[in-house]
Design a binder for this molecule. Structure first.
Ligand code: PHE
Length: 340
């Protein structure tokens, strides 16, 4: 008798069901009037008097365990039929869905926006289709400047005054024309140049422009702002170096290098064994540009800078071919899962 009870106990423990019908089958098998447990209760009458207490306890325990197990199984399918009737199938295996990922250029653009937001820079945007004045004229480009050549710039064929902006510096002009200092803003956006597509160049790329106009802004402010940016972007140990350069809209102008984040300045193939990599152009806003926008250069000074998002992203993630950003190969894009 004890063995039989133990055997049923094992069986009930292992019982499983795929739907409510199967649960009912189990209930009938064990707990109905003619079920296996009732049969044991019948047999109980034949148990000798001195064993009745012990076997009785085991038998009652078996019955309550069986009831518990069946209640548990029943609960799993509670309401399932109603849900199935409503078109929901709770037993269906979960589909392994692929969450979307942010494009690496968006990840880095958002980081840049974040870094400058922390020191009070707000964000604005301007149009990708520009006129000659905002892209060149107001920025102090001479009429015969080579950048105005068709080789470098996409012009609209029916109207040479209209073009695809070649840099986000055009948004500096729009902002200064529309609002008065103090201004502390960045302008992310897409720019276009008539370049042959290769691993290092593309005819479409992305920049973030920065502009700070107020009273008494100095080159030291520019340098401090860029050092802060470089450390936030590439790590606390990062150093910067400014080299003299030329842009018609800044005076003086510079190009900024950061210490190579791959080799830390020792020299590697990323920095072409120089220890430094160039990431942006910058300078003090040329007084002629301020005047073009109706800002008094005797009262206000300012700085501007412009960086390429592709270049920074390639450095950060060690991406060797620029074309990967535009091919939208999921094997490439998937690697940025989880990035903001
Ligand atoms: N517009 C320049 C370029 O595209 C970068 C730049 C921006 C330089 C602002 C100085 C100041 O190369």
């Amino acid at each position: 008798m004890n063995d039989k009870i133990q055997h049923l106990l094992d069986e009930i423990r292992k019982a499983s069901a795929l739907n409510a019908d199967e649960v009912e089958q189990i209930r009938l098998k064990f707990l109905s009037k003619k079920g296996l447990i009732s049969v044991l209760f019948d047999e109980f009458k034949t148990v000798p008097a001195e064993k009745k207490r012990e076997v009785g306890l085991l038998l009652n325990d078996l019955k309550s365990k069986a009831q518990e197990r069946i209640d548990e199984l029943k609960a799993r399918f509670d309401g399932v039929e109603e849900k199935a009737a409503a078109g929901l199938d709770l037993t269906r295996p979960v589909v392994n869905s692929q969450p979307g990922t942010r494009h690496p250029l968006s990840v880095v653009r958002n980081q840049i926006i974040d870094i400058f937001a922390r020191i009070g820079f707000t964000v604005a945007e301007g149009p990708e289709i520009e006129d000659d004045w905002h892209n060149f004229g107001a920025l102090n480009f001479a009429a015969d400047h080579p950048a105005r050549d068709m080789q470098d710039t996409f012009f609209i064929s029916t109207n040479p005054e209209i073009l695809l902006r070649t840099h986000t510096s055009s948004v500096q002009i729009r902002t200064m024309e529309e609002s008065s200092p103090p201004l502390r803003m960045i302008f992310p956006g897409r720019v276009f140049r008539n370049e042959a597509i290769s691993a290092r160049a593309h005819c479409i790329f992305h920049q973030v422009e920065g502009l700070y106009i107020a009273r008494n802004v100095s080159f030291a402010d520019l340098k401090q702002t860029l050092l802060y940016f470089a450390k936030e972007m590439f790590g606390e140990q990062t150093q910067i170096r400014l080299r003299p350069s030329y842009f018609p809209f800044t005076e003086p102008s510079g190009e900024m290098d950061v210490s190579c984040l791959i080799c830390g300045g020792k020299g590697c193939n990323i920095c072409k064994y120089s220890g430094w990599v160039e990431i942006l152009g910058c300078g003090m806003v040329n007084p002629a540009v301020l005047e073009n926008c109706g800002i008094d250069p005797d009262e206000y000074t300012g700085f501007a800078f412009g960086m390429g998002i592709e270049r920074i992203t390639m450095l950060k993630y060690q991406i060797k071919d620029l074309r990967l950003f535009f091919e939208n190969d999921v094997r490439f894009l998937k690697q940025f899962t989880g990035a903001l």
